[in-house]
Ligand binder design. Structure first.
Ligand code: ZN
Length: 431
């Protein structure tokens, strides 16, 4: 399969100059050319006219709980602890079977239609999630828990080594390498120290990236520091976590000492601005981390705390809040923010994605710039994407060289069935 996108405004990455008359050629799942219009060497199996569109690398959502779309708008305007322990966990306990599959399928529809081509997910029953990733044609890094429980409410009292190893064997590299597997350790606050240590050792043994929530709230920082008698990042080091890459969701309550501690570690903090604002958790010092050269990524978190999975909106919020809080309009430029949502995410998740460049995977999004809010369409297109554009401007999406959405129509999923299934599940939960 050889494809051509012609007549397109081309944003290859966060740094490069934008080309008004660009062209992309991809063969199989790889980009073979992305640059100025030239004599294309056909024949092509597919030609897309990109007139009126900006081509960007697919966005990378680095922290999500996809099936939580089922719980969208279930509990709002409350503290994280009340939200999580009083509402979310008891309702989650009623999810079962293919509920997770349908939730992930809906999340995939939402992500694709707002320009996300790859995501990192942690939740319950990742087999169902993996099946949905295969069927939705998305790319994903799927985090599998090693700590389980007999009880539906209690978390992580049992260490399931074999379950992790067989999941890794089955899905790491599955679906033409669209799936990678990492290890979920939900947080330091949900389990005993010894259980976490067993998981960390298994991550090192299997060379698995760890995906964990870190320092989301001030209460979490206080209670973990008093429980372990040291800084949270020091506890993570004592556990041996930094033997493997660590994707640390939230990192809101990190100070200067934490940031300098992170500098020589393989840590990828994930900024989740909407979720942190909505749950009143605080604002992560992302500008400082970026200044220190730390590879910060961007994520939506689950739809129960966001309440959507729209990375274009997430970029917009991320770029604005730091300017306002620090009264410095130079912080978090559009290009810095765009880099977090593209190539930084690719690095963290271990895929050659996040740039439109020869040798990168063909994950390509075309944004329609003909809407009123995009006119006149001059100026820096990356600023236009971050500050003016909407998720609904996403017109066509290619993942792994396959067109999954064309002219706003999702091609590979029965979207009406998916919506109906999720509504049915939600109805059952609320009985
Ligand atoms: Zn989360």
């Amino acid at each position: 399969m050889k494809g051509l996108i012609k007549n397109v405004k081309l944003v290859r990455d966060a740094e490069s100059e934008v080309m008004d008359d660009g062209m992309i050629i991809y063969e199989g799942n790889l980009i073979t050319y992305a640059g100025k219009r030239t004599e294309a060497q056909g024949p092509f199996d597919q030609i897309i006219d990109g007139k009126g569109c900006i081509a960007i690398p697919g966005l990378v959502n680095c922290h999500c709980h996809a099936p939580m779309v089922i719980l969208r708008n279930i509990a709002n305007d409350m503290k994280l602890e009340d939200w999580l322990f009083g509402h979310i966990i008891p309702i989650e306990a009623r999810l079962a079977g293919d509920d997770y599959y349908w939730g992930t399928m809906l999340a995939a529809c939402e992500m694709i239609s707002s320009g996300t081509t790859c995501f990192l997910d942690m939740y319950l029953d990742m087999e169902q999630c993996a099946k949905a990733v295969i069927d939705s044609k998305m790319r994903a890094n799927i985090s599998k828990n090693t700590l389980t429980s007999d009880s539906r409410i209690e978390r992580g009292t049992l260490f399931d080594k074999q379950g992790y190893e067989s999941f890794l064997k089955e899905y790491h590299g599955a679906a033409n390498n669209r799936i990678r597997v990492s290890m979920e350790i939900h947080s330091l606050y949900l389990y005993d120290y010894d259980r976490i240590k067993e998981s960390v050792d298994l991550a090192a043994e299997t060379n698995s990236t760890i995906h964990i929530h870190v320092l989301e709230t001030a209460d979490e920082k206080r209670s973990l520091e008093s429980k372990f008698g040291k800084r949270v990042l020091e506890t993570m080091e004592e556990l041996g976590m930094f033997r493997v890459p660590v994707i640390a969701a939230h990192t809101v309550h990190v100070d200067d000492a934490d940031i300098s501690f992170m500098k020589d570690k393989r840590i990828y903090p994930v900024h989740n601005p909407t979720s942190n604002l909505k749950l009143g958790s605080g604002i992560s010092p992302v500008d400082k981390m970026l200044k220190e050269g730390i590879c910060v990524c961007l994520g939506t978190d689950g739809a129960a705390s966001n309440n959507n999975l729209n990375m274009i909106e997430e970029m917009h919020i991320a770029s604005l809040i730091h300017k306002g809080v620090h009264r410095d309009s130079k912080l978090m430029s559009a290009r810095e923010t765009f880099r977090m949502a593209t190539e930084n995410g690719g690095k963290a998740l271990g895929f050659p994605i996040g740039k439109l460049e020869r040798g990168y995977l063909a994950d390509i999004v075309l944004l329609d710039e003909t809407g009123f809010h995009n006119v006149p369409g001059s100026g820096d297109p990356i600023a236009q994407i971050v500050y003016s554009m909407q998720g609904s401007d996403v017109k066509t999406v290619i993942i792994d060289g396959e067109t999954v959405m064309r002219d706003r129509e999702i091609l590979c999923m029965d979207t009406e069935r998916i919506k109906a299934e999720v509504k049915r599940i939600r109805k059952r939960l609320e009985i």
